[in-house]
Design a protein. Structure first.
Length: 334
C-alpha cells in the first residue's frame, strides 16, 4: 500500500486492540458521502471528440511468416511486451505508426479485452521482420508514447479523521510524481513523493514502474486494490464523466465505484475502505481518489462479544490532480 495511505493510520490513537474497543460512549456519526463537484456525468453538456486510435496510413503490413508459423502481435514495440494475438501468414493490417527505430509497426487492429466477439478495435504492434510492407515506410509517422519521458504530475490531498481520539483532526499534502530513470525506452521509474503539512506527518516516497506506451503500472496491483490506481492505462473504461481541473480544463474521464477494500490489522481489528476513482481516458492517469475508512472490531472485551463492531471512528481522504505535463483528453463545453 502506498505510504501516503499507511501514514494516516498513525493519526488515530487509542484504537489499537491492546487498549480494546473504546466503546460508543460518544459515537461519531458518519456523514453521507458528499457529491464530487469536480465530476459532471451529463455528457450532453460537452463536445467530446471520438476516441482515436490513430489514423491509418495508406501503407499495409502483410504477415510473411513461413512454415506455418504465426507472427506474435504485441501490445508494444518490443519483444518484452506481451503478445496479445497471433497472425497467420498473409494476414493484412493497416499501418498506423512506427517506433523511432523503424523496426516495429503499430497496426490496426486486433480483438481487445473490451471488444465484442466479432470486433477488433485495439491497435497492436508487429516487428518488421515478420511483415512485408505494401507502401513506403517513410510515409508512416513515428508513434508518440502515451506518457512523456520526463513525466511529471502533482496531486493535492485533503485528509480528515472523524474521531474524538484523533490527535490530528485534518491535514493536507502534496503528492508529486517525477521520472527518475527510463529503462529500455519503455519503463519509466516514477518516484512519488508525499509532502504533508509540517505539523502532521513526515515526508515519504515510493516508486512505480510505468510503461510509457501502455500507460500501465508494472505490478498490476491496482487490479486488486483501488488505492494503488495511479496508472491504469487508457483502456480502463469508456467515457462516462467529465472531470474539472482547478485550472478550468475539462477532462474526459472514466469514473468508477464504490470500490471496497478490507485489510486485517490484527488483534481483532480490520479496516474497510470504500471509495471512488476517476481516470483520464487518454493516459489512464489518476484524476481523483476519494475514500472513507472505518475501523471494525471482532472479539471479546470486558465481558462483551463484538462481531465487526463499528464504533464511529473513521477517516476520509480526497486526492485530486492539480497539474501534469502529460497530454490529457481535453473537452470543451457546448
Amino acid at each position: 500500500m502506498p505510504r501516503l495511505l499507511a501514514l494516516c493510520i498513525v493519526a488515530l490513537v487509542g484504537l489499537s486492540a491492546c487498549n480494546g474497543p473504546a466503546g460508543p460512549l460518544q459515537q461519531i456519526q458518519v456523514a453521507a458521502p458528499s457529491t464530487n463537484s469536480r465530476v459532471v456525468t451529463d455528457l450532453s453538456q460537452f463536445v467530446i471528440p471520438s476516441m482515436s486510435t490513430g489514423a491509418a496510413t495508406q501503407v499495409k503490413a502483410v504477415v510473411n511468416t513461413t512454415n506455418g508459423r504465426r507472427a506474435n502481435v504485441r501490445s508494444g514495440p518490443g519483444t518484452d511486451f506481451p503478445a496479445v494475438s497471433a497472425a497467420e501468414a498473409g494476414t493484412e493490417f493497416d499501418v498506423i505508426a512506427k517506433n523511432e527505430a523503424g523496426d516495429w509497426f503499430q497496426v490496426c487492429c486486433v480483438q481487445g479485452d473490451g471488444d465484442g466477439e466479432d470486433e477488433a478495435t485495439t491497435p497492436a504492434w508487429l516487428a518488421d521482420v515478420v511483415v512485408e510492407l505494401e507502401g513506403d515506410a517513410e510515409d508512416v509517422p513515428v508513434y508518440e508514447a502515451i506518457l512523456p519521458e520526463d513525466l511529471a504530475a502533482r496531486w493535492q490531498v485533503n485528509w480528515e479523521c472523524g474521531s474524538e481520539r484523533c490527535e490530528i483532526k485534518r491535514c493536507t499534502a502534496t503528492v508529486e510524481a517525477n521520472v527518475d530513470t527510463v529503462s529500455a525506452q519503455q519503463w519509466l521509474e516514477v518516484d512519488h513523493t508525499v509532502t504533508w503539512d509540517e505539523t502532521c506527518f513526515s515526508t515519504d516516497q515510493w516508486t512505480f514502474e510505468v510503461n510509457r506506451f501502455t500507460g500501465k503500472e508494472r505490478s498490476n496491483t491496482q487490479d486488486e486494490n483501488f488505492l494503488y490506481r495511479y496508472w491504469v492505462g487508457p483502456n480502463s473504461g469508456e467515457i462516462n464523466s467529465v472531470y474539472k481541473l482547478r485550472d478550468g480544463r475539462q477532462i474526459a474521464a472514466f469514473c468508477s465505484g464504490p470500490h471496497t477494500l478490507e485489510v486485517e490489522e490484527g488483534d481483532g481489528w480490520s479496516t474497510v475502505y470504500i471509495g471512488n476513482t476517476c481516470h483520464d481516458v487518454r493516459t489512464g492517469m489518476l484524476l481523483d481518489l476519494s475514500y472513507e475508512k472505518r475501523w471494525l472490531y471482532t472479539g471479546e472485551f470486558e465481558g462483551k462479544t463484538y462481531n465487526r463492531e463499528y464504533f464511529g471512528d473513521f477517516e476520509t481522504l480526497e486526492q485530486h490532480l492539480a497539474d501534469t505535463n502529460a497530454v490529457l483528453y481535453d473537452v470543451e463545453s457546448k
